[in-house]
Design a protein around this ligand. Structure first.
Ligand SMILES: O=P(O)(O)OC[C@H]1O[C@@H](O)[C@H](O)[C@@H](O)[C@@H]1O
Length: 290
């Protein structure tokens, strides 16, 4: 059993070390797109989506606003819970730990530049930017596609559809590159982020009628249960001698300048933000009446 664990942890370390080269490649080859990578990571981050972009979508219709807000909140909560329960390391933390660890003889032959934006405080998996951005783009694209489907024949052509798919994929890949360039995420964290976002969105779409018809009492109890779950994860971790604030400590340890750290990207802040948004939705339930 022990040798099995050893083999798995060796393979995991090797994979992460190889993935560091992808981050290095992105920093060396993609610096021409620096303004775009900064724009995507700063402006299209989940907090701005909640505060600016989702409310702005209400201009088109209340239906899209409600749909976007509820799907986005649920998916962001899923992301925050994963980061809270199992915070995975980030490229810069992993690289610095390897160099600081005297037991590691073969140090990775990689050099990564640390940016002000690289100072994240939560775990890496799944990438919150990729997960929420993929969901946002997919919901908006399907909304516009359905809206223009009846209005224009040209819109129904396979060419138009093809262009739309390429645009969506292009935008999501740009978000991955932005996170890789800033060395905040490994490639697998970005891919898994988008994949989980798509899976969670299709589950949401499949159960939207059920979710929107839940009475307030039921919805509020579900949110209280989630709050209790987050709290129990904290105490269970303490009981098991696992540091619940491990990711925050890593951020303080490896961020070049403590003033770069932003409290609003911490795991507890993200959980409170998402559960707060969910509670708002729960209090407004049943949502189909809105
Ligand atoms: O996982 P990522 O993409 O590095 O994002 C980290 C954090 O970035 C912040 O901007 C978000 O508000 C958080 O919700 C998120 O957890």
């Amino acid at each position: 059993m022990e040798s099995m664990v050893h083999i798995i942890s060796e393979a995991y370390h090797k994979t992460l070390t190889r993935e560091l080269f992808i981050n290095e490649w992105a920093q060396e080859r993609l610096s021409f797109g620096k303004p775009l990578w900064h724009f995507l990571s700063v402006q299209m981050e989940p907090n701005n989506m909640f505060n600016i972009f989702i409310p702005l979508c209400g201009i088109f219709s209340q239906e899209i606003l409600l749909h976007l807000f509820s799907a986005f909140t649920l998916i962001s909560t899923l992301n925050s819970f994963e980061k809270w329960i199992f915070p995975e390391t980030r490229p810069l933390w992993f690289l610095r730990e390897q160099f600081a660890n005297k037991v590691v003889v073969e140090k990775p032959a990689v050099a990564l530049e640390s940016h002000q934006l690289s100072c994240e405080m939560s775990g890496g998996l799944p990438c919150a930017h990729s997960m929420t951005f993929t969901v946002f783009v997919l919901i908006l694209a399907s909304f516009f596609f359905v809206r223009y489907w009846d209005r224009s024949v040209a819109w129904r052509s396979p060419f138009c559809r093809c262009i739309m798919y390429l645009l969506i994929i292009g935008m999501v890949v740009c978000m991955w590159l932005s996170r890789l360039y800033l060395a905040t995420e490994f490639l697998h964290q970005c891919i898994l982020g988008s994949y989980l976002g798509i899976r969670a969105l299709s589950t949401f779409e499949g159960n939207v009628k059920y979710l929107f018809s839940r009475p307030r009492r039921y919805a509020v109890s579900a949110v209280c249960f989630l709050g209790g779950l987050a709290l129990s994860v904290y105490y269970v971790k303490l009981e098991l001698n696992i540091d619940p604030h491990w990711s925050v400590r890593e951020a303080f340890k490896w961020c070049p300048e403590p003033t770069y750290l932003r409290h609003e990207v911490g795991p507890i802040f993200a959980l409170v933000r998402d559960l707060g948004n969910l509670m708002g939705l729960a209090l407004a339930s049943p949502l189909y009446k809105l």
